[in-house]
Design a protein around this ligand. Structure first.
Ligand code: GAR
Length: 212
């Protein structure tokens, strides 16, 4: 059974989609805790309604990025996670934090990376006139919004799209690809090869288990 810790900053709809999939399907995993850097994050109520431990580590309580990241790292480590999932966690992480969780830190970003790293991705996609937009699940590296890509979802950009309609279309796909990526991780089916992530077939994984 793999332990997952999910970090949020707000609404937490991606966190909810992962929790619901774990509840509905038999994954070899449990969400050990949901941690927010904001005490008023709406997603915290969902976590407690679902019997999941939650904690707040507020960046406002720390003088600098390094001391906040260290406190956050310690709060996460208390749950002995196999995987840490950033689900709308709106903080830039220090290299020390990223190194500590290397290979077990996933993020979802609302664009087809490497296009549009950073903020306001939907607005920037509309401004750039792209015909397709989407979302990316990737392993986190010290490079902001870069790292080996696990899953991507593509949506069309329609002529009358606004930031709201486009972000809603992308978010719907985020709720599909993030649980799928997390499930592949907990099933041990992801292999990072440099910049690339290979997904092992289910049968290969079963064969490995038999041989182990
Ligand atoms: C999601 O769209 C996620 O991709 C984005 O924040 C939103 C969080 O929504 N993340 C980033 O922009 C990270 N760079 P949620 O709280 O409802 O999951």
């Amino acid at each position: 059974m793999k332990n997952i810790v999910i970090l949020i900053s707000g609404r937490g709809s991606n966190m909810q989609s992962i929790v619901r999939c774990i509840e509905e399907q038999a994954w070899p995993a449990r969400v050990a805790a949901v941690i927010s850097n904001k005490a008023d994050a709406a997603g915290l109520a969902f976590a407690s309604e679902h019997g999941i431990a939650s904690a707040v580590v507020s960046n406002k309580d720390f003088p600098d990025r390094a001391s906040f990241d260290l406190a956050l790292q310690q709060a996460i480590d208390a749950y002995m996670p196999d995987l840490v999932v950033l689900a709308g966690f709106m903080r830039i992480l220090t290299p020390g934090f990223v190194d500590h969780f290397a290979g077990r830190l996933l993020n979802i970003h609302p664009s087809l990376l490497p296009s549009f790293p950073g903020l306001h991705t939907h607005e920037r996609a509309l401004e750039a006139g792209v015909k397709f937009h989407g979302a990316t699940v990737h392993f986190v590296t010290a490079d902001l919004d870069h790292g080996p890509i696990v899953e991507q979802a593509v949506v069309p950009v329609l002529p009358d799209d606004t930031e709201e309609t486009l972000s809603a279309r992308v978010l719907k796909e985020e709720h599909v690809i993030y649980p799928r990526a997390v499930r592949l991780f907990v099933e041990g089916r992801l292999r990072i090869l440099g910049n690339r992530v290979d997904v092992l077939p289910e049968c290969a994984q079963q064969t490995e288990k038999v041989q182990a």
